[in-house]
Write a protein that binds this ligand. Structure first.
Ligand SMILES: Nc1nc2c(c(=O)[nH]1)N[C@H]1C(S)=C(S)[C@@H](COP(=O)(O)OP(=O)(O)OC[C@H]3O[C@@H](n4cnc5c(=O)[nH]c(N)nc54)[C@H](O)[C@@H]3O)O[C@H]1N2
Ligand SMILES: Nc1nc2c(c(=O)[nH]1)N[C@H]1C(S)=C(S)[C@@H](COP(=O)(O)OP(=O)(O)OC[C@H]3O[C@@H](n4cnc5c(=O)[nH]c(N)nc54)[C@H](O)[C@@H]3O)O[C@H]1N2
Ligand code: SF4
Ligand SMILES: [Mo]
Length: 734
């Protein structure tokens, strides 16, 4: 607000205004006892700073932070040097996002839909009306018609408990649009998802993972440490990513062909007998079958598919074998094979196999199994509800549908389908924004609008909250105590806690409290006779540490230290499954085999491109674009543009910064182009944090485009992921 707006009608001088406003709104009294600016600055500086270790919620990394509070206001955050995930540092979006604590666009009380608008209501009214509606729907349509979807965060078990208490199997996370293919590839090969021992590696190959942009601060620090000790870093990415900037070598692979690259890599290891023979003979099954298939993929064949020279593939395999087992191929995340291509699952399998042949599984400088803290149970003191009798209707884990899908994650982007078919009738969306983060928003909107009851628990009026019947405002992360977390364990198991730093500014509540209160109103209170403090205490008990200790430090390390090697893996054979009998029985290739992407751009059409997407270091999914400081950075550095290879751009008559129109089978839109040498010519690349269409989010509304607008609704046949890089777009000058 401009200064004169305040002054209008007050008839005070500018000087006395400054004195008064320096005292804050509560002290807007004109008196000569007010502090002058110098004394105010002094008072501010002298005020005690209280620090609280807690966790950043700027993205799913949940970095350990120390929050400082002064005069009841958040003063700053710093990285907690003891926390495993970030090793003492905080990223730009973490610093930016914390300001949303004071963002006036936050939700301030529960809301109820009244026509096109919302009206504020009390918590009691919200709980009462929601429970009445749910109980009617449950009586009429059965418990399986109810669902819950959320970010896979520390209190997910209480949401799961609530769904089970009500008899519903329909608990979902965002996994099917993020990581389910990668996880399944690792699990079917070595039994679990491992971690990367980056700091001890001598050769790091990163395929379609960008920890310096799709941020993982701990990993970036470890890569820098390894490089300081002489390690080599090679990045395989169609785009010159932020991580490629750190690399010794950037290899712009043709998108969707990483499986071919890995098959060629394995071919060299096998043909030249560079693999770890002891590990292969003692700890793997199916080497013979692998060899029979892999002979089909010499590097010369691979070169034609993925456009990386045969001699480069051979060189990398030889060099990595030289330093094995301190040579690793990053375990991956979302890019390349998290939920991207028809061949993503097999790519993740090939990745796990390539690492295994390097003998690096659970080795120093290789791929290792992080320790994890075994928290205590709430039962028997608080009995757990029975596991629901019926399976999920989305087909996760069902042969003939998505047999390798993770039951725990479910396939959340199938919810609109199930709603349109009338199988789901009511649902809770918690810390998740499917209207913006799921494929094909028109269809997502149609599905979610079909629900008889939609309740959204968020901190702002997101796209999804905007169409809800009820919106329940969660307190901002700095305002709430949360469930214990065991994320980011490494060579020792880490347990951590998010705790309240400032008092809630508005009529909001912590998520776990909302779940417990909902349970009480829904008549399943017998499973929820605890509060968050007691639950945390019970769950910490077996670890031999107190809640007091944990609250004082934010993170504690428990249990034994990690050791190299392994006896038995969690696979059916107990060994690395180069050949998988399970896959054979399910009708999938038991050893990885080349598979084309589902769709490909037409090489003869100058307008035809594959649409890729990815993270920028200053934004998280759909949740930070509305943060004014972060959006200001986007504008300042002109970061909202679509990347295109410069040569392809000039063939279309484009200049850097021109507007282009992009069109796929499901959507179209306009965006400015960024011409660059840093992108494979067959694709265009869209940053994934923009294209906000909730009119309530003023800063971000209608700025930039989002890949989901161009992505048809797909379910891959292994895990049912969204295949979110299987998009061909037509690009023309606008
Ligand atoms: N458009 C787009 N879609 C994507 C991606 C992308 O980058 N862009 N990435 C894909 C990937 S990798 C993933 S993991 C998924 C992520 O998908 P989502 O989980 O849906 O994504 P987010 O945007 O992180 O968060 C969703 C909502 O959580 C709300 N939120 C933030 N903090 C809190 C809180 O403390 N409490 C509550 N109750 N709500 C909160 C935000 O306001 C936002 O509305 O999306 C996938 N789809
Ligand atoms: N800044 C930021 N950091 C985040 C998040 C965020 O939203 N913002 N979200 C967190 C979450 S939930 C996730 S899942 C991770 C995601 O972390 P990443 O998986 O690292 O992120 P992406 O940007 O999706 O993809 C990484 C790279 O894959 C490349 N790529 C795309 N297609 C291909 C391909 O076919 N082959 C190869 N080799 N490369 C390809 C892209 O160009 C991109 O540079 O980030 C986490 N950290
Ligand atoms: S990576 Fe950044 S935004 Fe994400 S949790 Fe860590 S500090 Fe927060
Ligand atoms: Mo993700």
């Amino acid at each position: 607000m401009a200064e004169h707006d305040y002054l209008k009608g007050l008839k005070i001088s500018r000087r006395s205004f400054l004195k008064a406003s320096a005292m804050g709104a509560g002290a807007f009294v004109l008196s000569h006892e007010l502090l002058d600016f110098k004394s105010w600055v002094h008072a501010q500086t002298e005020a005690p700073v209280i620090t609280f270790p807690t966790f950043c919620n700027g993205c799913g990394n949940r970095c350990g932070i120390i929050a400082s509070v002064k005069n009841g206001r958040l003063w700053k955050i710093e990285g907690n040097p003891e926390a495993n995930g970030n090793l003492g540092v905080v990223c730009p979006k973490g610093h930016g996002y914390l300001h949303d604590l004071y963002n006036p666009q936050r939700l301030k009380s529960p809301l109820k839909r009244a026509g096109d608008k919302f009206e504020p209501i009390s918590w009691e009214q919200a709980y009462k009306e929601i429970s009445e509606k749910i109980n009617l729907i449950l009586m009429d349509k059965g418990p399986q018609s109810l669902f819950w979807v959320n970010y896979p965060q520390s209190n997910h078990q209480y949401a799961l408990r609530l769904m089970h208490a009500l008899g519903s199997p329909h608990y979902f996370t965002h996994g099917s649009t993020c990581y389910t293919a990668r996880n399944a590839g690792w699990v079917t090969t070595v039994g679990q998802l491992p971690s990367n021992d980056l700091s001890n590696a001598q050769y790091i190959l990163i395929i379609g993972r960008n920890p310096a942009g799709g941020i993982n601060l701990g990993q970036v620090k470890c890569i820098v440490e390894a490089k300081g000790k002489g390690a080599k870093l090679v990045v395989l990415d169609p785009r010159h990513s932020e991580t490629a900037i750190l690399a010794d070598e950037w290899l712009p692979i043709k998108p969707g062909t990483d499986l071919a690259f890995l098959l060629g890599f394995i071919n060299v290891l096998v043909k030249e007998e560079l693999y770890d023979k002891k590990i292969v003979s003692e700890k793997t099954v199916g080497f013979k079958q692998l060899v029979e298939e892999i002979v089909n993929y010499p590097p010369e064949w691979v070169e034609k598919i993925c456009e990386i020279p045969a001699k480069t593939i051979t060189r990398i395999a030889r060099d990595m074998a030289q330093v094995k087992p301190k040579a690793l191929i990053h375990r991956g995340y979302h890019g390349a094979f998290g939920a991207q291509y028809l061949n993503s699952f097999q790519t993740a399998r090939a990745l796990a196999i390539a690492n295994s042949l390097l003998g690096n599984i659970n080795r120093k400088g290789g791929i290792y199994f992080a320790k994890s803290a075994l928290l205590g149970e709430l039962q028997p003191k608080h009995p757990a509800p029975e596991f629901p009798k019926m399976g999920k209707l989305d087909g996760t884990g069902v042969p003939g549908r998505y047999p390798l899908g993770s039951y725990g994650d479910g396939i959340a982007h199938a919810i609109p389908e199930l709603a349109l078919r009338g199988e789901l009738k009511a649902g809770f969306v918690y810390h998740n924004n499917p209207l913006r983060t799921n494929p094909n928003p028109k269809r997502v909107m149609a599905g979610y609008k079909k629900l008889e009851l939609l309740v959204v628990i968020d901190t702002v009026l997101s796209e999804t909250a905007s169409i809800a019947h009820y919106v329940l405002p969660e307190s901002f992360y700095l305002e709430r105590d949360e469930a214990l977390d065991t994320k980011h364990s490494g060579k020792r198991a880490q347990v951590s806690i998010q705790q309240q730093v400032v008092k809630p500014l508005y009529n909001t509540r912590p998520g776990t409290q909302i779940i417990i209160e909902l349970a009480k109103h829904l008549g399943v209170e017998k499973y929820f006779n605890f509060n968050i403090e007691e639950a945390n205490q019970l769950r910490l008990k077996p670890l031999g540490v107190t809640l007091g200790d944990l609250k004082a430090r934010g993170v504690l390390f428990v249990g034994e230290n990690w050791k190299e090697g392994f006896d038995k893996l969690e696979t059916p054979s107990g060994k690395v499954e180069l050949y998988s009998e399970t896959l054979k029985k399910l009708g999938f290739p038991p050893v990885p085999k080349w598979e084309e992407p589902f769709v490909s751009p037409d090489p003869r059409d100058p307008h035809s491109f594959r649409l890729l997407h990815g993270k920028q270091a200053i934004h998280t999914h759909s949740m930070t674009a509305n943060q004014p400081y972060l959006m200001a950075i986007s504008h300042r550095y002109d970061m909202i543009r679509l990347w295109m290879n410069r040569l392809r751009g000039s063939q279309l008559g484009l200049k850097d910064g021109d507007w282009v129109k992009i069109k796929s089978t499901v959507g179209e839109g306009k965006v400015r182009v960024r011409l660059t040498e840093g992108l494979h010519p067959s694709c265009v690349w869209l940053p994934s944090g923009y294209g906000i269409f909730s009119k309530h989010l003023n800063t971000a509304y209608d700025i930039g485009l989002n890949y989901n607008d161009f992505l048809p609704t797909y379910f891959d046949p292994t895990v049912g992921h969204s295949m979110s890089s299987e998009i061909v777009v037509n690009v023309t000058k606008a």
